[in-house]
Design a protein around this ligand. Structure first.
Ligand code: UD1
Ligand code: UDP
Length: 360
């Protein structure tokens, strides 16, 4: 089968590595990078480190408003799809690249698969929620990371071609952790001892476009009695520059790190605080307590399992949870067994592809 895979943002590069490997054993894959993320540390660094095949096309759309970015991807991707005429387009996650990929393919009557289908925050002010709803509505095949996602799709009337395969982020983690442990020198570089620091990431529009919330997060971090390592997303760097709230000495903002460095920083952290979907799950995979700097999460299973707590952005709540949060011993395998990519490739090989309904 000829498959076009669409990627554009950091978590999509990390996920595409195991999926591409599995797909290419059985199928022809054409990789399209939309150019949504483009800084070296947000894009090419992952292709280099994870040995991801070079994209066959880079649409180079860059940043812009939602309409402009989504529209540009739509226009440029349509040309590629008309030229390549693939049997299937794969999109993943909830970015503007996901939305535009699903839309461009569906309008050309090309079957579409959505990886990480069925995730919901039930907050339509999140751009990601709109992207997921549309992608799931348009997709012909839904690959779900958790059983809960399958149930959510069923509640929306989506039951055909829905597969619980597990989380491809877990595949990426299991494949790369041993290599990261061998190769990363990040702890030495930052002078860190395992278990003596917290790791923080922030990039959600709800936190970065709202100066009040971002200021609260910085205030909270400034009050925790521990070293805080904070790899700063470019969006957040720009928002922080407008704020003029200094970080306390123990809070160490750094450039975005590579995936290997991130794995090592995560697994040796005593605590993680984040608004990232990927980092919440990775904290769970690695058994590191996680404070989510949001009021809701798609990844409710991690909260129910007792490993993740929604703290929002109030400084008092961040500090209190930082000092007291302690997860249970048990960590059920919510996200599968790390063989999601293999399952996806097998399901596709068995021919369960059809426009609007399963054929196989
Ligand atoms: C996007 C996704 C989000 C995902 C995140 C992963 C959407 C709507 N959001 O958010 O779901 O969690 O990626 O990181 O698709 N910028 C740079 N250099 C880059 C990329 C971005 O400077 O290489 C800056 C630009 O100022 C840009 C801003 O970051 O306007 C936001 O980038 P964008 O891709 O629109 O959204 P993210 O916040 O990265
Ligand atoms: N990540 C990384 N370097 C960083 C921050 C994050 O490699 O400096 C990885 C992280 O380990 C996870 C993914 O990027 O695999 C998550 O991406 P992000 O937080 O940008 O987006 P989200 O998951 O929220 O969509």
């Amino acid at each position: 089968m000829k498959i076009v895979s669409v990627v554009g943002a950091r978590p999509e590069f990390i996920q595409v590595a195991p999926v591409s490997r599995a797909l290419r054993e059985r199928h022809q894959e054409i990789l399209v990078h939309t150019g949504q993320h483009y800084d070296y540390l947000m894009s090419q660094a992952f292709f280099d480190e994870l040995d991801i095949p070079a994209p066959d096309y880079n649409l180079e759309v860059g940043s812009g408003s939602h309409a402009r970015q989504t529209g540009e991807i739509l226009i440029r991707l349509e040309e590629v799809l008309l030229k390549e005429r693939p049997d299937l387009v794969i999109v993943r996650g909830d970015t503007n690249s996901t939305l535009a990929g699903a839309l461009a393919a569906s309008k050309l009557h090309i079957p579409t698969a959505h990886i990480e289908a069925g995730e919901r925050s039930f907050d339509r002010r999140m751009p990601e929620e709109i992207n997921r709803l549309v992608a799931d509505c348009l997709a012909d095949i839904h690959f779900c990371a958790s059983r809960r996602a399958v149930e959510r799709l069923a509640a929306e009337g989506i039951t055909a071609s829905v597969y619980w395969v597990g989380d491809v982020m877990l595949d990426a983690m299991l494949q790369n952790r041993p290599i990261a442990r061998r190769k990363s020198r990040i702890l030495e570089r930052l002078g860190l001892e395992p278990g003596t620091y917290g790791l923080v990431t922030v990039h959600r529009a709800g936190n970065t476009d709202n100066p009040g919330r971002l200021q609260q997060i910085v205030t909270g971090l400034n009050r925790v009695p521990e070293i805080v390592i904070f790899p700063v997303h470019p969006r957040t760097r720009k928002a922080l520059a407008q704020l003029d709230v200094p970080f306390a000495d123990h809070v160490r903002p750094i450039e975005p790190v590579s995936y290997f460095d991130m794995i090592v920083l995560e697994e040796n952290a005593r605590m993680i605080a984040t608004d990232s979907g990927g980092v919440q799950r990775e904290a769970y995979f690695l058994g590191v307590p996680c404070l989510t700097l949001r009021d809701e999460t798609e990844w409710v299973e991690t909260v129910e399992a007792g490993w993740n707590v929604l703290v929002g952005t109030e400084p008092e709540r961040i500090v209190e949870a930082w000092l007291t949060f302690s997860p249970p011993a048990d960590r059920p395998p919510i996200f599968g067994d790390g063989r999601a990519a293999q399952r996806i490739a097998e399901i596709l090989e068995n021919g369960v592809v059809g426009f609007g309904a399963p054929r196989g």
